[in-house]
Design a protein around this ligand. Sequence first.
Ligand code: UGA
Length: 442
Amino acid sequence: MYRVSVIGTGFVGLCTAVCFADRGYKVLASTKYKEKASLVNQGIIPFHEPNLSKVLKKAVRSGHLRAVLGREEAISHSDISFITVGTPANPDGSIDLRLIRQTAEEMGKALKEKEGKHLVVLKSTVVPGTTEKVVKPILERNSGKKCVEDFLLCSNPEFLREGNAIQDTLHPDFIVIGEHDKKSGDLLEELYRDFHEGGVPPIIRTNPPTAELIKYVNNSFLGTKISFINTMANICEKIAGVDVRNVAEAIGKDHRISPYFLRAGLGWGGSCFPKDIKALVAFSKSLGYEPNMLETAWKVNEAQVEHTVEIVKNKLGVLKEKKIAILGLSFKPDTDDIREARSIKIIKKLLKEGVTVTAYDPQAIPNVRQILGEKIEYATSAVKCLRNTDCCILVTEWDEFKRLKPKHFTENMRHPILIDGRRIYNPKSFSEKLDYVGIGLG
Ligand code: UGA
């Protein structure tokens, strides 16, 4: 069994490390921060992700996973290393490769002393060309070794979703291997065949820039698909008796379209779609091509926030001194991640209008408090959040919100107006009892 190391213990790094360890591999998770290593070694994760903490604890207890400081030990005691460090956005949307460069340099130095052919796998999301034009020369320069002759190299983008990370890692739809050369690809394929023994997903082998681009294209397509259905939702809203959910359900039956990522609502957030779509736009422009469709997908997404505030204004008139309840703060359910969350954008717009905002989320309040501080009120339950409010916007479809009944709104709100931003309630029964507005409901 190959020994695996993961360089970077962020979301993707930890999920990768934990899943390999769970499958019986010896895994070293390399971090540069003492506190992080100590937390991982105690089985503690610094964010909310279902099951991750449980599987991590098991992996640490069984001795299959250990966090180590720096790159040296991780490289020397493993055969294959996955680079999973972050690639944050620059102000112009392009990605910042500083951490990738730094990591490649540190890994190159560690490879200098390493016996045997180590395989370096770049998993971080990077623009086409990064594996071969950035990582490879830095590794070669710092190790004094040659790719192919002395070490191996692949690009291998990640497609897991937050909130579903373990499941997605154990059962991905497909695996993309961008091989620098055949030997590198063969070795990575062998690792994955062994990892997924009994249920190997389709493995696509290609060159590194294609693999790197596939990652961006995948996220861009999904983001565009959502912006498409949100555009249709806005048309539906103008036609009495038409519901985008019925439209999406019908077209989703066409296997060429598929029913997934056709949920209309407040749009996409998170650390991936916004960053990756912006990065692909910037990358494409740097090549001299204006990717109009992606820019439109972005604009449609931003406009959903504006659209929601307009709906509130239509309902309440002047917003000054009104009290509005926000149910759900995280960018999607089952996470405490609030990066690019629709909630923050909507709240900021409401605050500008002089609204008093009270919000509730099962996991994300501490993160929101760090950004908005005491500018808004934080409730300790969904029902308490509704009390004495003039309007409620359902922003994130947490399961516990799905259990709310019309009476919870009518009995607690000053004016029971509900904007269902994720379409989780039955329009008929809710419309009978309260002023119900569903995105995409005409
Ligand atoms: C996304 C991709 O789905 C993953 O394949 C990818 O690996 C990941 O980005 C990444 O690049 O790391 P994630 O951002 O975790 O995963 O979450 P998604 O489930 O894709 O949802 C993204 C956003 O789209 C959320 O705000 C969600 O509310 C929204 N969404 C999703 C919709 O508005 N409608 C839908 O039908 C589906």
